[in-house]
Write a protein that binds this ligand. Structure first.
Ligand SMILES: Cc1cc2nc3c(=O)[nH]c(=O)nc-3n(C[C@H](O)[C@H](O)[C@H](O)COP(=O)(O)OP(=O)(O)OC[C@H]3O[C@@H](n4cnc5c(N)ncnc54)[C@H](O)[C@@H]3O)c2cc1C
Length: 389
């Protein structure tokens, strides 16, 4: 085996698909759960909003990765649909976004942000809507001070993840599930493979950790067993679970349908294919690995709804769910080969934007993994300097 990928979330399955599409390398992906995008993982719970201008800072390394991911989606979705009409697909569709100013202070800040979107080319079409203009295009929004409107999109993350897995399998990737990787195997300072819970050994010169929120703890255990010292924070602090809760409501008949993705009040709202409208998400840094719905989380989501779409407050709640994001320092993912252990690669810590960044992560990582493309390695190096990997 050339490459083993640990973790069958959107990051692992995207990478498997890209590697299979662009090379003849022998790739195995190991997923610990019985199912891909299983309840509790980020790729199960995720809202699936695609934004070229996700609000996670202005670091050009990350904004470039987000924009590239956003730009890759239309073609990726069409290709998966064309090659695999029998699969569920990705649920991809384009939908404009509204970033709403709920206060006067936010209005000022969002005017600056709109200029930044245009200047940086992240969303060159971004423009400002006054409150009356906003009321006309999106009647559900509550009292406001205007909004930025710009391009966006949506996918259904569990469909996307499972479709990528099936499409990668059709291209020759071996998949194993229900059998977590328990040991990293190393000889003479070089990765030689992995061992699974049932004892099976898979030999491989390169192992990619794409284990989502579980990556940090797993890496800490393995590196400490191997007595490999790395600088900076403990691994369990470099990638940590950050719980997110969402809820969906069923608007009563006759309600004006939601025509945009709404963002504001620290959250977002978006329409779903089943006619419900979902609101998310909490950002809980202290919940550990507990996947739970809580009264406090529920109250936070209701507070977001009050600002974003107050007329839906009386609509019955149809669903309430949670998942664990792979939170990394400053929200910046960790990607590339660990300098202290040749053969150990990371693709993790995508925090709140892992869906939009999945194709660009897979593209960049596969270029580096397939033939050590100097350009890709240089980009990863520059990126890692920015993220202090
Ligand atoms: C509530 C919520 C809303 C979100 N909304 C958005 C959004 O709108 N847009 C966006 O771009 N992003 C969003 N995100 C973020 C995005 O979903 C994540 O960044 C992305 O799904 C991370 O994917 P992943 O593959 O790294 O992790 P995961 O999907 O968690 O997958 C990791 C996998 O690794 C497996 N694993 C762990 N340990 C092992 C092991 N030892 N052996 C084998 N397998 C193992 C796990 O079982 C799991 O299946 C959201 C996340 C959440 C939780």
């Amino acid at each position: 085996m050339d490459i083993v990928i640990i973790g069958g979330g959107v990051i692992g399955t995207s990478l498997a698909y890209w590697l299979a599409d662009k090379s003849k390398l022998a790739v195995t992906l190991v997923e610990g759960n019985a199912n891909f995008a299983q309840n509790g993982t980020a790729s199960f719970a995720s809202a699936g909003l695609l934004t070229p201008a996700a609000a996670i800072g202005t670091n050009p390394a990350i904004t470039g990765l987000i924009k590239r991911g956003f730009d890759l989606y239309p073609e990726l979705a069409a290709k998966l649909r064309r090659d695999h009409p029998e699969l569920a697909g990705t649920g991809y569709f384009e939908l404009d976004q509204l970033r709403i100013a709920a206060t006067e202070a936010e209005e000022e800040e969002l005017h600056r942000r709109q200029e930044w979107y245009v200047e940086t080319g992240l969303a060159p079409e971004a423009r400002w809507l006054t409150p009356p203009e906003l009321a006309e295009v999106e009647p559900l929004v509550g009292p406001n001070f205007g909004a930025i409107i710009f391009k966006g999109g949506l996918v259904r993350p569990p469909w996307l993840t499972r479709t990528l897995a099936r499409a990668a399998a059709a291209k020759g990737v071996t998949f194993k599930s229900g059998n977590p990787v328990t040991n990293l195997l190393v000889e003479n300072g070089q990765v030689t493979g992995v061992q699974l819970q049932d004892g099976e050994i898979i030999e491989a010169g390169k192992v990619v950790v794409a284990a989502g929120a579980w990556s940090g703890v797993w890496l800490e255990q393995q590196l400490s067993k191997l007595k490999i010292v790395t600088p900076g924070l403990k691994w369990s602090q470099k990638v940590m679970p950050v719980r997110g809760q969402l809820l969906a409501v069923l608007p009563p008949p006759g309600t004006s349908p939601l025509r945009h993705i709404l963002a504001g009040a620290g959250g977002y709202g978006y329409p779903r294919a089943d006619g419900t409208v979902a609101f998310g998400a909490t950002e809980e840094h202290e919940a550990g690995f507990e996947v739970a719905i809580t009264p406090d989380g529920y109250s936070q989501l209701i507070a977001m709804m009050k600002v974003l779409a107050p007329s839906l407050l009386t609509a019955p709640v149809s669903e309430n769910w949670a998942g664990l994001r792979p939170g990394a320092k400053d929200g910046l993912p960790l990607m590339g080969e660990l300098p202290q252990l040749p053969g150990l690669w990371l693709a993790t810590g995508h925090f709140r934007s892992g869906i939009v960044m999945a194709p660009s992560t897979a593209e960049l990582m596969s270029e580096a993994l397939i033939n050590g493309s100097p350009e890709a390695i240089a980009r990863l190096k520059a990126y890692n300097e920015a993220t202090q990997f």
